[in-house]
Each structure stands twice: as C-alpha cells, then as structure tokens.
Design a protein around this ligand. Structure first.
Ligand code: NAI
Length: 350
C-alpha cells in the first residue's frame, strides 16, 4: 500500500474512528497544529492544547486522535455535557512570539465555530488560553488552573479504590506520587493531611525534596518508581508508566493517578487485574479538572463543584462493584458506562 492509498484511519488504531481532524498551517506565524474532534454526541469537544515536540506530523496526528478519544471517555464518565477533543501545536524553530503562535492557533479554533473548546495541557498555560480566547469563540482554563480539583478527584479515587478493594483507609496507605508538579504536589499535601504516608518521586530533585519535607514523606529516585513497594502508585507525571517490562512486577496493590495514558497499551489492564492490582482508569480518576471547567461555565458555587468532583469516588466504587459482579475489568466497565451515555461503543485504543 502506498501513502496515497492509506485511509486516514490507518494513521492510528482508533476504534470507531475520529469525527473530525483538522491539520492547520498558519503561514504568518509558521504555526503548525492538529485539532482532533473525536466525538461531539454529548456536546462540544472539550480537551486541552498540547505544545510539545513530535518526531513528525503523522506522529502528532496519531497522538492527538488517541488523546481526543480519552477525552470522550473522560467527559462521558464524568457526566458533563461535552464531547472529546484535543489539539497539538507542533514546536517549530521560528521567529514568531508565543503570543503570535497562540493567536494563529486560535484563528483555526475559531473556524470550528465553537465545536472545539480548548483548555490547558502539557506545554500550555492559563495565559496562553487567554490569548487563544481573544480570537476563538469559546475556551476553558483562561482564568483558572484546574489542577487542585484534578488532585481532589484523584484523592477521592484513591480513597474509594483502597476502601472497596480492602487495601485499607487513607491513613493506612503508603502512596507513591510520581511527579509533584501542579497536580502531584496538591495530591501529596492532601494525602498527608489525611494521614497517608507519602513517597515522592520527581525528575526535579529540588521539587521532590521540598514536597517530601512539606508532607513528612520520603523521596524515591525517579528510576525506582516501578520497583518501590507501596500500596498505591499514583502516576502524576508522564504517560505509559505501566508497560510490558514492569506490569508483572509492580510492587503495589493499586494504580490510581492523574496522568493520561497510564497504560502503555490497553491490554495491560488485564495483566494488572490478573495480578490482583486494582487499576482505576485514568480517564475516571483524573476528571476533577474537567468537572471544574464545566462548573465554572455552568456558574456552580464552590460547594457544588467540590461535591461533583468528590463524586468521582462514588463512581470508582460503583465501577469496582460492577467489575466484581460482571467479570468485566474496571476499564471495560467504565467504557461500557461511557458507551451507554454516548449511544455507541467507545473504547480507548489498543
Ligand atoms: P506538571 O508539568 O505541573 O507536573 C509534572 C511533574 O512531573 C513535574 O514536576 C515534572 O518534573 C515531573 N516529571 C516529569 N517526568 C517525570 C518522570 N519521568 N518521573 C518523575 N517525575 C516526572 O503537570 P501537571 O499539570 O501536574 O499534570 C500531571 C499529569 O496529569 C500530566 O500527565 C497531565 O497530562 C495529567 N493531567 C493533568 C490535569 C491538570 O488539571 N493539570 C488534568 C488531567 C490530567
């Protein structure tokens, strides 16, 4: 098969395909970007803007489509009226300022007429979204960082998973937080305040030391994350923390975190289940931020927002109960719930 014969769905294995993919080139600023709208059944596609390096445009397209699917599942499971989308800006050496890049990108978002609602993601900031929002009709995160609510949701998910699977109460747990940036630091502080023992790993050694000190915890070297015994491993840094090499030996009883794409490949969730390790799908545990985005747009007060984020804990308990009674894994049970809301089968890619 030559390049011209390749169907766009060959570029990534996304079950059910992607609703709309936009490949953008802003000649004025030299900006290249890809926007993927995975599914807009439940509402406009909500999802972040990444600005990181990709080896090629094809790699960026494959990644953005996969991430957009994750947003479809996340928003559906969180029961908020949004579909799933994601976008990436491809870093390019050039003379354009950051503001020019964001404006150039915003003009492409504007052309979608509100079908895509961008937010903060890796490599972009609240300030960037404010610039995009000057051009695009609708953006999220242009004033508020969602990370504290993401951390609150992860805390609720850890508590529910540990309790439902008999691992223990928060004060009995050793939780290894990988990555103590915006979400991980907030999570570590909340865990310590609730009596959990915190282990901290970060490639930024100074940051790890500081957070360990603040939480009365200990520092774990970043390369020892997958070999350090703990009750709960909470990935809050990079993707693909659970991979083929460590899935059979991770010395933890549950994996519950904020990072997207915790599994290097979908099938690994079965290995974890077979080893008796509880895996809470990342798109369920890390939904606190999108719930807060919806709350701001819907005009909810703080209390209502917090209650909605804490409901992630109830959702996790329900998923684990459903999994236990149906023979599904928690991931399959979550996909089934999202599919029922959307009205067709939706899965994360293999
Ligand atoms: P961040 O960039 O503020 O923090 C990431 C931290 O991880 C940094 O301290 C960095 O030094 C550290 N790190 C990077 N690679 C590492 C590695 N290999 N080992 C150990 N530490 C490492 O990011 P943020 O906002 O805290 O997000 C964390 C994760 O959660 C990301 O994967 C993000 O996509 C995901 N997420 C974040 C949400 C939010 O509200 N900020 C919402 C949903 C998902």
């Amino acid at each position: 098969m030559n390049g011209a014969d390749r169907d766009v769905d060959d570029l990534a294995s996304i079950p059910g395909g992607t609703e709309q993919i936009v490949i953008c080139r802003d000649r004025a600023s030299g900006t290249r970007a890809v926007i993927a709208l995975d599914d807009t059944t439940l509402g406009p596609a909500l999802g972040g803007v990444r600005w990181v390096a990709y080896p090629s445009e094809a790699a960026a397209i494959a990644e953005v489509r996969r991430l957009a699917r994750g947003m479809t599942l996340k928003n559906a499971c969180a029961d908020i009226p949004y579909g799933g989308g994601k976008s990436v800006i491809l870093r390019e050496a050039g003379s354009a300022t950051r503001e020019q890049v964001m404006r150039g990108f915003g003009r492409f978002v504007a052309r979608l007429g509100g079908a895509y609602v961008p937010g903060v993601d890796m490599g972009t900031s609240v300030e960037d979204l404010a610039v995009i929002g000057e051009v695009a009709p609708d953006v999220s995160c242009d004033h508020v960082d969602p990370s504290p609510y993401t951390a609150l949701g992860v805390l609720a998910a850890i508590e529910a998973a540990a309790s439902a699977s008999g691992i223990g109460n928060l004060e009995d747990l050793r939780v290894l937080v990988q990555g103590v940036g915006h979400v991980g630091e907030s999570l570590a502080l909340r865990l310590a305040a609730r009596g959990a023992r915190v282990l901290v790993a970060d490639v930024d050694a100074g940051r790890a030391e500081r957070v360990a000190k603040e939480t009365g915890g200990v520092v774990v070297p970043p390369d020892a994350v997958s070999s350090t015994p703990c009750d709960v491993l909470a990935p809050c840094a990079a993707a693909r923390v659970v991979d083929e090499r460590n899935v059979g030996s991770l010395p933890c009883r549950a994996v519950v975190g904020a990072a997207n794409d915790i599994l290097a490949r979908r099938g690994l969730h079965r290995h974890l289940v077979e080893r008796g390790v509880v895996y809470v799908p990342d798109f369920v545990s890390n939904a606190g931020g999108v719930i807060q985005i919806h709350a701001i747009r819907a005009g909810w007060d703080e209390q209502t927002t917090e209650r909605a984020v804490l409901r992630i804990g109830e959702r996790v308990a329900d998923l684990l109960a459903k999994a236990a009674s149906s023979g599904l894994t928690p991931l399959e049970a979550a996909e089934e719930d999202a599919s029922a809301r959307i009205g067709r089968k939706v899965e994360i890619p293999s």
